[in-house]
Design a protein around this ligand. Structure first.
Ligand SMILES: [Zn+2]
Ligand SMILES: [Zn+2]
Length: 109
């Protein structure tokens, strides 16, 4: 199951994300993309329109500030010739997105 935490994207971070990427629009709020977890930081995808092989993420913790981070894509795909790619970033905690089924949303949502 996917983590159900949402975070509103601060205006200054949304502006910064647009400057660092080619995305014309950044969502006002993002949902954590990780599998459900009880502790640690949450990661919401802002846009994958940054430099090739990277994406802009919003990182937050219950009690801490929200941060904009640029992270490389997770290189681990599901086994098999048509293995689905993982939607998360390299060295992420929790499962790869393709391990977490059923998945309600695609990577690009
Ligand atoms: Zn989370
Ligand atoms: Zn992964």
């Amino acid at each position: 199951m996917r983590c159900t935490h949402w975070r509103r994207v601060p205006l200054d971070l949304a502006r910064e994300a647009r400057q660092k990427s080619t995305a014309p629009y950044i969502d006002r709020a993002v949902q954590c993309q990780l599998s459900a977890h009880d502790e640690g930081e949450h990661f919401g995808l802002l846009t994958d329109a940054g430099a090739y092989g990277t994406a802009l993420w919003l990182r937050w913790h219950e009690t801490n500030e929200t941060e904009l981070v640029v992270l490389p894509d997770c290189p681990v795909a599901a086994p098999g010739p048509d293995g689905e790619g993982c939607c998360l970033f390299a060295d992420h905690p929790e499962q790869h997105t393709w391990e977490d089924t059923p998945r309600e949303v695609s990577c690009t949502s």
